[in-house]
Design a protein around this ligand. Structure first.
Ligand SMILES: [Zn+2]
Length: 189
């Protein structure tokens, strides 16, 4: 199910467009530190876990540097999750749709996504969602978005369940919801 989801062109395109909108508004507001003009200074990314025809949507992460103080301003992203080499949807999907790591699931993951992931990295992601994420300023401020956040259950699976629509639409909404984690004042990844 999930690997078919990642072959849905409209998802990749929608995420790219959404990041473009976020980058545009970041540039319009100027440097976060001194307000001066921003120059384009994108990061080059080599996407992993995305089928080849859609890789072009993930080749750069939008970012800027200040013309005056040289500070870097990287807007939130729905496509990239922190320093992870995988595009944002992959860690969220893996953490949400698959149970804990095992050798068999690691092989399944490689078959489905073309992603080679060690059980220890997978375990680390699960720990992050279950422990650190709950104490991020982002979650403490945003949990009120849900009527009963304590009843969401395990995250991020609970987030995927909480949004309406088909899986692809829910994933899109979860990534949008989580994007403040990836840049700006609430950055935590
Ligand atoms: Zn500046």
């Amino acid at each position: 199910m999930s690997h078919k989801l990642l072959s849905n062109a409209s998802l990749h395109e929608a995420l790219f467009v959404l990041d473009g909108v976020s980058a545009h508004s970041c540039r319009q507001s100027g440097c976060w530190h001194c307000g001066a003009r921003l120059h384009v200074s994108n990061y080059v990314r080599k996407p992993r876990g995305v089928p080849e025809p859609f890789q072009s949507f993930y080749e750069k992460r939008f970012s800027f540097t200040c013309a005056q103080c040289r500070c870097r301003c990287t807007p939130p992203s729905v496509r990239f999750f922190g320093q992870l080499r995988f595009v944002a949807g992959i860690p969220v999907l893996i953490a949400a749709l698959m149970r804990g790591p095992s050798d068999r699931r690691c092989r399944q993951l490689e078959r489905c996504f073309g992603v080679r992931l060690s059980a220890s990295t997978w375990q680390r992601w699960r720990r992050w969602w279950r422990q650190q994420f709950l104490f991020t300023p982002f979650w403490l401020q945003s949990r009120g978005h849900f009527a009963q956040p304590e009843q969401l259950g395990c995250l991020p699976a609970g987030l995927l369940r909480a949004f309406p629509g088909r899986l692809v639409e829910r994933l899109w909404q979860v990534l949008h919801f989580l994007s403040p984690l990836t840049g700006g004042a609430l950055r935590a990844v």
